[in-house]
Write a protein that binds this ligand. Sequence first.
Ligand SMILES: C[S@@+](CC[C@H](N)C(=O)[O-])C[C@H]1O[C@@H](n2cnc3c(N)ncnc32)[C@H](O)[C@@H]1O
Length: 254
Amino acid sequence: MDDCSSRPQPRLYTDLASWWPLLSSPDDYAEEAEFHRQCLLKASRISVRTVLELGSGGGNNATHLKAHFELTLVDIAPAMLRVSRNQNPECEHIHGDMREVRLGRLFDAVFVHDAIDYLTTEEDLTRAIETAWIHCRPGGAAHFCPSYVRETYRPDTRHGGHDRMLRSLRYLEWTYDPDPEDTTITTDFAYILRDAAGVRVECDQHILGLFPRATWLALLSKQGFLVSVEQFKPSEPASSTWDTFVCSKPEPGA
Ligand SMILES: C[S@@+](CC[C@H](N)C(=O)[O-])C[C@H]1O[C@@H](n2cnc3c(N)ncnc32)[C@H](O)[C@@H]1O
C-alpha cells in the first residue's frame, strides 16, 4: 500500500517554499475563493464566522477569505506556514496533519482545498474527512476541493510563474498517470529560479491521490455529511471544470 506519511514532502513545501508566491500568486485565487465562500454559505444552516482550513499551504485562498471569515489555518509543512504567516499575519496558524490534528474546538465551517490531493489512499481520505467532521459545528458546512476526480483527470502539461521584487520563477508542470489501476498520479515540476545569485533549475515530484466521484460521495456520506457535487468553472482556462464536494453537517435530530 502506498503510504504518504513516510514519503518526503515535495520540495515546493520544504526547501523551496519561499518560492511558492512566485509559482502561485494570491491574485490568481480571487475568483475561486469567492466560489468556495458561496459554497460554504449555501451548505451551512448556521451563520458562518469561524472557518478551519486544513492544508492551507501558502495561504492564497486565505488572502481572500479572511475578509469574510475568522480563519484558522493548519498545514503539515512548517515552511509553508511561514509563507502564509507573512501573507496572513492576522490569521491563526497551526502546524498539523489533516489526518490526525485535533484542536478540541468547533468551527462553523471546514475548508479543504487542493491539499487533499496529497492523500493517496482511501484510508487517509477517510481520516481527513473524519477530522473535518469532528471540527465542524452541527448545522455547519465543509467543502472538499480535490484538483481532479478520476472522471475529470487528463494528463496535461502547463507552465507559468511570476516576478516579484528581485526574484522570478517560471515552471513547467507535467502531470501523468503511470498506473491507471491505482489511486495515484504523478506531477513532475521543473522550476527555473532567478535571483541576485543568478539562475538555477530545480526538479520536484509530487505524488497525488486520484479517486472516482463515487468514492468521494460514499466516504463523505458514510461519515454523516449530506453531500452534493458543485462544479467550479473558472473563466481561465475556460475549458477546465473542477468537481468539488459541498457538505452539510446535520444538526442532531434533523
Ligand atoms: C498546493 S498547497 C495548498 C495551497 C493552498 N490551497 C493555498 O490557498 O495557498 C498544498 C499544501 O498541502 C499541504 N499538505 C499536504 N499534506 C498535508 C496533510 N496531510 N495535512 C496538512 N497539510 C498537508 C502541504 O504542506 C502544502 O502546503
